[in-house]
Write a new protein. Structure first.
Length: 302
């Protein structure tokens, strides 16, 4: 049987969103229209693709089988359209860690938009682990992440001459910790706000604490948002483990302070990644040059 690109995009939207309501917004359809399209696809394929339940929709085993093929087909269709439209048309799907989304990514994408205004840009900000998953699922063309991104199906195609470091931070006036402390035990005695388990920064922090022979501190708040993490540190006596590139402005403004605890200071570098054995589309090829220019303007150290 043949597949309609609109059917595949509708199927992927429901699979990614987990509900018809959210998926209908993504594909710009009414919920009844999207429901009919999914139902018709199921009829043509001879079985249900989703299990319907009170909280949304989950893939059936048949849906799981279709998922990878659908992503590949949609990806290949988009790449074919991009190639036919030429260098300055098509779609760029880019993922980057938060520190880069707040530094070189806006500069590079603004330059790309000026040079090639017909390129549609889809930007995902996420931790390394989520970016790797999205790249492997063909939801992204390029990823800007740290050197921790290691997978046999992913290759680093260029280093970014940027450096950053994770450091313990607290608000100015924090009542629980000496502003000049370099003592590991003193900061670990405080409550912390951290990204949720499974996020790369959380795992790195826990590895450093374990490597120093200490018990993990009390995690008072868990969040999936780096912005929320910074806000909580700035408005409470909780500490956070944060990249300097994200808190430099708040430190300079006298809102946050850095605690130079050697055991909890971690340097990191960044790379541009793609899937192995994949030919980059024209928009992805074009944006690489703009990242080189943005790095020159932003500087390499934080």
């Amino acid at each position: 049987m043949s597949f309609d690109g609109r059917d595949l995009r509708a199927f992927l939207a429901v699979a990614d969103c987990g509900s018809l309501g959210r998926a209908a917004h993504v594909v710009n359809m009414t919920q009844p229209s999207l429901s009919r399209r999914i139902h018709e696809l199921e009829l043509r394929l001879g079985g249900p693709l989703f299990e319907r339940h009170s909280k949304g929709m989950a893939l059936t085993p048949s849906g799981e089988v279709l998922l990878d093929h659908a992503r590949l087909l949609v990806f290949e269709m988009e790449q074919a359209v991009a190639s036919l439209n030429g260098m300055r048309r098509g779609k760029l799907r880019l993922g980057a860690v938060a520190a880069l989304c707040r530094s070189i990514v806006p500069q590079a994408l603004a330059a790309l938009a000026r040079e090639a205004p017909d390129i549609a840009i889809d930007l995902l900000e996420a931790p390394d682990s989520e970016l790797a998953e999205a790249l492997l699922d063909r939801r992204l063309d390029l990823v800007l992440a740290t050197e921790m991104l290691k997978n046999e199906e992913i290759e680093a195609i260029a280093p970014l001459p940027l450096r950053d470091r994770f450091v313990p931070c607290s608000r100015i006036g924090n009542a629980l910790v000496d502003p000049a402390t370099t003592a590991l035990d003193e900061v670990l005695a405080c409550p912390w706000v951290m990204l949720r388990r499974g996020r790369t920064p959380r795992q790195l922090f826990e590895d450093l604490v374990a490597g120093a022979g200490r018990k993990l501190p009390k995690i008072a708040v868990e969040t999936n948002s780096v912005g929320a993490q910074i806000a909580m540190v700035a408005n409470s006596d909780m500490l956070g483990w944060l990249p300097m590139r994200l808190v430099a402005d708040q430190v300079g403004a006298g809102i946050l302070q850095v605690h130079p605890v050697a055991e909890l200071t971690l340097e990191r570098r960044f790379w541009i990644y793609r899937r192995r054995r994949t030919v980059l589309g024209k928009p992805a090829q074009l944006v690489l040059r703009h990242f080189e220019l943005s790095v020159d303007r932003a500087g390499g150290e934080a």
